[in-house]
Write a protein of this length. Structure first.
Ligand SMILES: C[S@@+](CC[C@H](N)C(=O)[O-])C[C@H]1O[C@@H](n2cnc3c(N)ncnc32)[C@H](O)[C@@H]1O
Length: 409
């Protein structure tokens, strides 16, 4: 075994050894560490830490070594915060941009309200958990430090569902989401539905008092609408629809968006989902929400109609990649909120750069596409005032942010 020096972290959170053949990935190591190991392809295996980093800490979770759910529990919170801020800074500087970065806001442990569980039938029954690092083996995680205790309650339910509807060889994927009315489970990868399976699954909806159970997109049973609270409104999102990862992270994003939007009276919320931002903003502003998924728009609309005391929220199902809002549709708007998927919003941003919208709150889960889009805005009449990094994917390499853009006079 040879000794290697870790020079930096890659975008997936692995340590990197720079060799003549390029980057070698060394999982669970930190920059500055000397490690011993064996190179296998692009990976360093059988790693022993010879000289640990000052930033190395004991993981909070006893499953960390085997479970692939977290990547950065061996690093101090301060190190992870600086690394995530650095990822954003590098993405911006690659586009020739710089901006003040506010101190990161990190969600506490045990707050993830949604998890995608992997479940497999076994000889004795079934096991639910996460994939082991770099493998399709499932690791059970009864003491997981990431998930909210209410989401942990989905583990035995997922196992029961697998014994009923899991195929012998395949793996079931159970998306478990906490709601105000109980667990909302969306299952895929199981046996095809027939009448007997429907009846057996419906019985489990009652037995476990699930808010809703859906199987390959079909709702099997719903005891109560699986409600999420967005400001004064309660919304029942379609099964499997996008939801921010932690309530704390969502609140951090929302507070920052509200600060940017300020006293705006007319707001357009682009890539609006089920109304995470649109509905709370409707306390003080009229909002036009635009989103690609019709069912999400319908859910937002139902939530708005049932809520008390909100200003008007109009909605539009529209593909913003192919049909972005044009500058004349953005006229008389005081503020735009934009929260695209990882691909970013290049087409929409090109139109925003031609608009006279005074202020833009840009929420992003991908610093690279964000920086590309920011460059389009700043090549136009906008300045990038500051960036707030929000970490609702604690111990992972994900980075999220909210940025403020103002139109220069
Ligand atoms: C990161 S999520 C944000 C949703 C919402 N703002 C929230 O915080 O809950 C991105 C949203 O963009 C929507 N989306 C993806 N591609 C789209 C497209 N081409 N046109 C419009 N909406 C799209 C997704 O359905 C999803 O709701």
């Amino acid at each position: 075994m040879q000794t290697y020096q870790i020079t930096r972290l890659g975008h997936q959170g692995d340590g990197i050894v720079q060799s003549d053949e390029g980057a070698i990935f060394a999982p669970m190591t930190l920059p500055g560490e000397e490690v011993r190991g064996r190179i296998d392809g692009q990976k360093l295996c059988d790693i022993r830490i010879a000289t640990p980093s000052d930033h190395r800490v004991s993981p909070d979770c006893r499953h960390y070594k085997s479970c692939g759910g977290c990547q950065l529990q061996h690093a101090s919170d301060g190190f992870v915060a600086d690394w995530k801020l650095g990822v954003v800074q590098q993405a911006l500087s690659a586009q020739g941009l710089e901006a003040p970065l506010r101190p990161i806001l990190t969600s506490p442990p045990q707050t993830r309200r949604r998890a995608s569980l992997s479940v497999r039938r076994t000889k004795k029954g079934a096991m639910a958990g996460f994939h082991a690092k770099g493998s399709d083996v499932i690791v059970e995680v009864p003491d997981c430090q990431l998930l909210h205790p209410e989401v942990m309650k989905a583990m035995p339910v997922a196992e029961k569902l697998a014994t009923i509807g899991g195929s012998r060889k395949g793996e079931l994927s159970v998306l478990a989401t906490m709601s105000l009315t109980g667990l909302d489970l969306a299952v895929s990868g199981g046996k095809p539905l027939d009448e007997a399976l429907r009846i057996a699954l419906s019985a489990e909806v009652e037995a476990y008092k699930l808010a809703r159970l859906s199987w390959d997109g079909e709702v099997i049973g719903q005891r109560e609408p699986p409600l999420q609270q967005f400001g004064a409104a309660q919304v029942a999102p379609p099964a499997g629809a996008f939801l921010q990862a932690t309530p704390e992270g969502e609140q951090d994003l929302l507070t920052t968006v509200q600060e940017i939007v300020g006293k705006a009276k007319q707001v357009i919320d682009l890539f609006a989902g089920c109304g995470t931002f649109a509905l709370p903003l409707a306390k003080t502003a009229e909002v036009h929400a635009v989103e690609g998924e019709k069912a999400m728009m319908a859910a937002l609309d139902r939530g708005w109609r049932q809520a008390q005391g909100l200003k008007k929220v109009s909605h539009e199902a529209r593909d913003l990649f192919r049909r972005p809002l044009m500058p004349d549709e953005l006229r008389k708007t005081d503020a735009v909120v934009i929260d695209p998927p990882r691909a970013g919003a290049e087409a929409q941003v090109r139109e925003l750069a031609q608009s006279d919208v005074p202020v833009i709150a840009f929420v992003s889960c991908n610093p690279v596409t964000f920086a590309r889009d920011a460059r389009i805005l700043t090549d136009g009449p906008y300045q990038l005032d500051w960036v707030q990094v929000v970490d609702q994917f604690r111990w992972s390499s994900h980075v999220e942010l909210v940025a403020k853009f103002s139109r220069m006079a």
